[in-house]
Design a protein around this ligand. Structure first.
Ligand code: PLP
Length: 399
């Protein structure tokens, strides 16, 4: 294979093209600087403003922002009442947090199989996994492609389960019911604002919901389980000693997002639709260039969905999957920051030690063996896109 690279007609560029990347403009920097110069750098007005704007954008009633998507998951599961002895049903093709947050609460993640063309949980596999201990279904909008929310919500209703949607990849995506995050079919929807996501706050996350009780519990969980709301005090108001009085009513955490980060989030949110439009345009170019190729399959987009294209996951055809390591390394040598999303969660040593067996989700395992995420982000130039296409076609043609 070394010879292959030296024979390459495409000169290696200095520029490394990661699989995903933030896009920060001067106005984002100005917004952050303004927040830094203000009286509030945390717990100020930018938090409410970001929450309000995000709820409006998605069409949900409430948003609670958190210090990360992982913290948001911890909050959502806690709020759903998930605890020791409960099970949640989710996909193994996800980032660790989706399942780990259930472990934080001593609950048990149950992994079910996926559809290979989208990488999303297969609604047919959910029902078989429901037991008397199941509390919630946690579908993941893999790569930004919305899950079949309508079908999943129907199953959840039948068994009296909650739906907590992992939309960490899918801010800006659409389902036929509207924007992802509108919570029409989910009890709570979780987003992440990590730099590779649709918009960024550095680290950050959010839970959206239409349920006021959930909203209030999420707020408390984010701030040590404390309330300053007199209406919620457990004591008689006559015995409240003064304005400083507050009550810790549950065991919460410090999972707050700062005003500095929210200022960045507000500025980024204003550009979200443009970001998604650009991602969709790049995907259109990829689809045209890779159409009918002999080496790999392209991700699907179902009629009910408009993906935010957080990832562009190609899947090597079966006969080439043994060459994945070689192809991956060659692409990296050429400066493409390809990545693999994901190793099935239950393959991780920690989960293996907990007793999860390999082989339980054959489609997910095959997906992992075939999948490579190629560069896709809003700030890619035409030259970058062409370089990605030419390099992938060249390397594929030489395997
Ligand atoms: C599918 C999925 N779920 C959850 C998370 C957790 O988000 P965060 O990294 O903001 O904690 C991520 C982020 O990588 C993710 O991709």
């Amino acid at each position: 294979m070394d010879k292959l690279v030296s024979k390459s007609k495409i000169p290696v560029r200095d520029k490394f093209l990661p699989y995903g990347h933030q896009w920060i403009h001067d106005e984002d920097i100005d917004a952050v600087v303004k927040a830094l110069r203000s009286d509030w750098i945390t717990q100020g007005p930018k938090i409410d403003e970001f929450e309000r704007k995000l709820a409006n954008y998605c069409g949900a009633k409430y948003t609670v922002v958190f210090s990360s998507g992982t913290a948001a998951f911890h909050g959502a599961y806690f709020t759903a009442g998930i605890k020791e002895g409960n099970e949640i049903i989710t996909s193994p093709i996800t980032f660790l947090s989706t399942a780990n947050a259930a472990l934080f609460l001593h609950a048990h993640p149950i992994f079910v199989d996926i559809e290979e063309d989208t990488g999303n949980i297969d609604p047919n596999s959910i029902e078989k996994a429901v037991t008397g201990k199941t509390k919630a279904v946690v579908p993941v909008d893999y790569g930004g492609h919305p899950v079949d929310l309508e079908r999943i919500a129907k199953i959840a209703k039948k068994y009296n389960l909650l739906v907590i949607e992992d939309a960490c990849h899918a801010l800006g995506a659409e389902h036929k019911s509207g924007k992802i995050g509108n919570c029409r079919y989910s009890d709570m929807t979780v987003f992440s604002f990590h730099p590779v996501k649709s918009i960024t706050t550095g680290e950050g996350g959010a839970v959206l919901t239409n349920n006021k009780e959930y909203y209030e519990k999420l707020i408390m969980f984010r701030q040590h389980g404390v309330t300053k709301d007199k209406a919620k005090f457990g004591v008689n108001l006559d015995s409240v000693p003064g304005d400083w009085y507050h009550e810790m009513q549950l065991l919460g955490y410090n999972y707050r997002l700062t005003d500095i980060q929210c200022a960045l989030g507000i500025s980024q949110l204003g550009k979200l639709d443009k970001f998604i439009q650009r991602r969709r345009e790049i995907v259109r170019i990829y689809k045209g260039a890779f159409r009918n190729n002999d080496f790999f399959d392209l991700p699907a987009e179902k009629a009910y969905a408009k993906s935010s294209w957080h990832l562009y996951p190609i899947r090597l055809k079966d006969k080439y999957k043994k060459k994945k390591k070689e192809i991956f390394e060659k692409l990296r040598e050429k400066g493409l920051g390809v990545q693999v999303h994901y190793i099935p969660v239950y393959w991780q040593p920690y989960y293996q030690k907990l007793g999860y067996e390999k082989g339980i989700c054959p489609n997910a395992e095959s997906f992992y063996q075939r999948e490579i995420s190629i560069p896709l982000y809003q700030s890619m130039s035409e030259e970058d896109i062409k370089y990605v296409i030419d390099t992938i076609i060249e390397i594929s043609g030489r395997i």
